[in-house]
Write a protein that binds this ligand. Structure first.
Ligand SMILES: CC(C)(COP(=O)(O)OP(=O)(O)OC[C@H]1O[C@@H](n2cnc3c(N)ncnc32)[C@H](O)[C@@H]1OP(=O)(O)O)[C@@H](O)C(=O)NCCC(=O)NCCS
Length: 301
């Protein structure tokens, strides 16, 4: 058992420490990419996060859901911290299904795998097979420009309106008339953190000059792997091929930046199938998947 002790997350310097662990440990079957953490950065002050020096990190989101990046020898220490922080009740832990060492720890601690939502990691080689984006007449795809922060946040909100997301579910669900939580300030936070690059932040401009879609890429220059997260198209411009075009434009920008492989992590279960179809349409193929383990009251397999 390691003697390395957890300490609480203290701020953006710790985000960088978490990203360094992800970058150092990255493999094609890793759950996390450095870009995931930058994208999730605005939520971090609301999460309980712990770091084990420069070896492991974990966070807890409500209700008692653990996400982690830890080597096998620290998995037990992370689960002990999770117990101390949550004090029992229903607990769930999401990991890659290839994380055999963590799965052994979870099984020994009484967790079991549950059916439900999962993420399907998909990969695409960034080689000469990458086709050029094709757009309907009057549309153009390009990198976001300085001064477009508010419009960039707005096109994200238009794509991620809860009612629309619910309608894309199988079966559809009514998620109400609210707005996505994306604001100009939240987007400013995201772009202020490594490894954001505006050349990998691609947008589709509609014939009237407004933004109709977007795809954000993140490159890990050490591992030469880029993450596509997220892609969105305003439903007023849906099913015109813009999602495919802006994804391809982002993949070209990643390749130009030096990436050799792209990763994207859509839902893999039947409950929200469209994004995975879109990514397959631009040449991604299925790779690993996440699995959720649960323990405690009302836990169902
Ligand atoms: C997913 C999304 C980006 C697709 O944008 P789009 O511009 O409508 O998609 P495209 O027209 O480029 O479609 C490309 C392919 O995706 C699939 N697809 C897209 N929308 C679909 C739908 N509603 N139903 C079934 N397949 C669909 C199809 O395979 C399509 O190819 P085809 O038109 O030749 O059949 C858009 O629906 C969206 O913004 N959704 C909400 C946000 C989201 O879930 N983002 C993805 C996760 S990060």
């Amino acid at each position: 058992m390691s003697s390395v002790k957890a300490r609480a997350y203290l701020g953006p310097e710790d985000l960088f420490a978490m990203q360094r662990i992800v970058q150092r440990e990255w493999t094609t079957s890793n759950r996390w990419h450095i870009g995931d953490l930058a994208w999730q950065r605005p939520a971090m002050p609301d999460l309980r996060i712990a770091l084990w020096d420069d070896a492991a990190w974990a966070w807890i989101s409500a209700p008692a859901r653990l996400e982690m990046q830890a080597p096998a020898e620290l998995a037990g220490a992370v689960l002990t911290w999770f117990d101390e922080e949550t004090g029992g009740g229903e607990q769930s832990v999401t990991i890659m299904d290839s994380d055999k060492a963590v799965i052994e720890e979870l099984t020994a601690a009484g967790y079991h795998p549950v059916d439900g939502d999962f993420s399907r990691h998909c990969h695409r080689e960034l080689d000469e097979t990458l086709p050029a984006p094709v757009l309907p007449a009057g549309y153009q795809v390009r990198a976001v420009r300085p001064g477009e922060l508010a419009a960039r946040a707005a096109v994200h909100r238009a794509a991620w309106r809860p009612k629309r997301l619910g309608a894309m579910g199988v079966p559809p669900v009514d998620l109400g008339d609210g707005e996505s939580g994306m604001t100009t300030a939240r987007y400013a936070d995201i772009i202020g953190h490594w490894p954001y690059r505006s050349d990998l932040d691609q947008v589709v401009e509609a014939p009237d000059g407004s933004l109709a879609g977007s795809a954000l890429g993140w490159i890990d220059e050490v591992n030469r792997v880029a993450l596509l997260e997220p892609v969105g198209v305003d439903p007023q411009h849906g099913r015109l091929g813009l999602g495919a075009a802006v994804s391809l434009a982002c993949l070209h920008a990643m390749r130009a930046a030096g990436a050799e492989l792209a990763v994207v992590c859509p839902r893999g279960d039947a409950g929200y199938p469209v994004p995975r179809r879109l990514y397959h349409a631009v040449g991604f193929h299925d790779a690993g998947r996440t699995v959720t383990y649960r323990r405690g009251q009302g836990s169902q397999s």
